[in-house]
Design a protein around this ligand. Structure first.
Ligand code: HSE
Length: 436
């Protein structure tokens, strides 16, 4: 029986997790695969730092080329992350006839087409289950479980750090900056948290999902991205009063012609399943035309959850190697030739209900001035709250609207924010209700 030889490039946290799973679950994996997986080489530029797992010294090298160039290695795991040299290592491995597993979401968000073309040309497979949702098997679900579906919408919580911050602000209170500092102290947020709190990490994952769910090629720059740093305790409190929870959602919807692709703070009804997802957990909601609504929930990051997804890819590719098959399940779900360029809907053209918080002087006639401008711009009011009485300074005036076009909202704000009774920039949060 052929043994599967694997090379690992990047012996960090996730790489160590893969070593641990192969060791601890090795006998079980062998029973499922019918063969043995041998980790033949591990490359990392730092071989000195103490790791949580020990490996034989002779498998280690600080030259990735020794992994890529080893003729016995069937599958290469790229776990160094970042653009270069990760991209070049993957391309070299594919060109050398090796199947590749990667968890590199930032690279895939912008270079997936290129990597697929190389894999296709050299007749090898490229898997990336761990790139979206950590341990949640959403990529395999899109490629296999939902292969019979026309997917209409996919959206979810794809970033654990921002979900932790927003859930803590909702459950325990606190300003954004203070909760972020606490999350950093507890190791839930990076020292430089910008990718997570500005929505970029979630957008990387959304770009990958869009390709698989809709077969759509869209420029990453066309995804609308807004982070969570402007959310205040006041907004959280008003959301709760209206029966909503604020989440950073990554949203994609297809109407046949255009794709909505956006990442931003979103108000969801508090009884929506995604609203109950707390802490660093991820969850992905998907609606297909036949299956209806489905929900996936789990750890979106972390050593063992991410390593589980990487190892599942490794086992899938090992099965292919053992059966002598390649490309049985297309990398992007659709056959390469059917991946189409699609237009991303301009954020100005989306139609949603909206939450608006005006910082206004508490004077007679202010509400009618605001509502006059909204009415003139075809924006219908669903409900209004004004709290507190303040002789000097601003009071929050909060309005929930019916469905309105975002272009009209911006036009109205331009006029309202110039009024002398408005003391600060107006806060706007998009509302998602039932999947629509
Ligand atoms: N930094 C990500 C998060 C995990 O906070 O969810 C890795 O994708």
């Amino acid at each position: 029986m052929k043994v599967i030889h694997v090379g690992l490039i990047g012996w960090g946290t996730v790489g160590s997790g893969v070593v641990r799973i192969l060791r601890e679950n090795g006998p079980l994996i062998e029973k499922r695969l019918g063969s043995k997986i041998v980790l033949k080489r591990i490359a990392d530029i730092d071989l000195e730092t103490e790791r949580s797992v020990k490996v034989n010294r002779e498998v280690l090298t600080n030259r990735a080329e020794e992994v890529i160039g080893d003729p016995e290695i069937d599958i290469v795991l790229e776990l160094i992350g970042g653009m270069e040299p990760a991209r070049s290592y993957i391309i070299e491995a594919l060109k050398g006839g090796k199947h590749v597993v990667t968890a590199n979401k930032a690279l895939l968000a912008t270079h997936l087409d290129e990597l697929c073309r190389v894999a296709h040309r050299y007749n090898v497979d490229l898997n990336f289950e761990a790139a979206v949702g950590g341990g949640i098997p959403i990529i395999r679900a899109l490629k296999e479980g939902f292969v019979a579906e026309r997917i209409e919408a996919i959206f979810g919580i794809l970033n654990g750090t921002s979900n932790y911050i927003l859930s803590t602000m909702s459950n325990e209170g606190g300003e954004f900056a203070a909760v972020l500092r606490q999350a950093q102290a507890q190791g839930y947020a990076e020292k430089d948290p910008s990718f997570d709190i500005e929505g970029i990490d979630a957008a990387h994952k959304l770009a990958i999902l869009i390709k698989l769910a809709f077969g759509a090629k869209i420029p990453f720059e066309d995804i609308f991205i807004e982070g969570i740093s402007d959310i205040t305790p006041l907004d959280i409190q008003f959301a709760q009063e209206f029966g909503y929870t604020i989440k950073l959602l990554a949203i994609a919807k297809a109407d046949g012609e255009t794709i909505e692709a956006r990442v931003h703070s979103t108000m969801l009804p508090s009884n929506h399943l995604l609203s109950t997802v707390g802490g660093v957990f991820n969850a992905i909601f998907l609606r297909g035309n036949a299956v209806g609504e489905t929900l996936f929930y789990g750890q979106g990051a972390g050593m063992m959850a991410t390593a589980s997804a990487v190892t599942s890819d490794l086992i899938e590719l090992s099965r292919n190697v053992l059966k002598g098959t390649v490309g049985r399940v297309p990398t992007l779900s659709l056959q390469q030739t059917h991946i189409m360029e699609m237009k991303v809907k301009d954020i100005e053209d989306i139609v949603r209900p909206y939450y608006m918080r005006f910082s206004a002087l508490d004077r007679p006639g202010v509400l009618s001035k605001i509502s006059g401008v909204l009415g003139k711009n075809d924006i219908g009011i669903a409900s209004v709250i004004q709290k507190g009485r303040q002789v000097a300074g601003a009071v929050p005036v909060v309005i929930m609207t019916h469905e309105a076009r975002e272009r009209n909202i911006h036009r109205a704000f331009k006029e309202i924010d110039k009024m002398d009774v408005i003391l600060d920039k107006t806060m706007l949060i998009r509302v998602e209700g039932e999947l629509s």
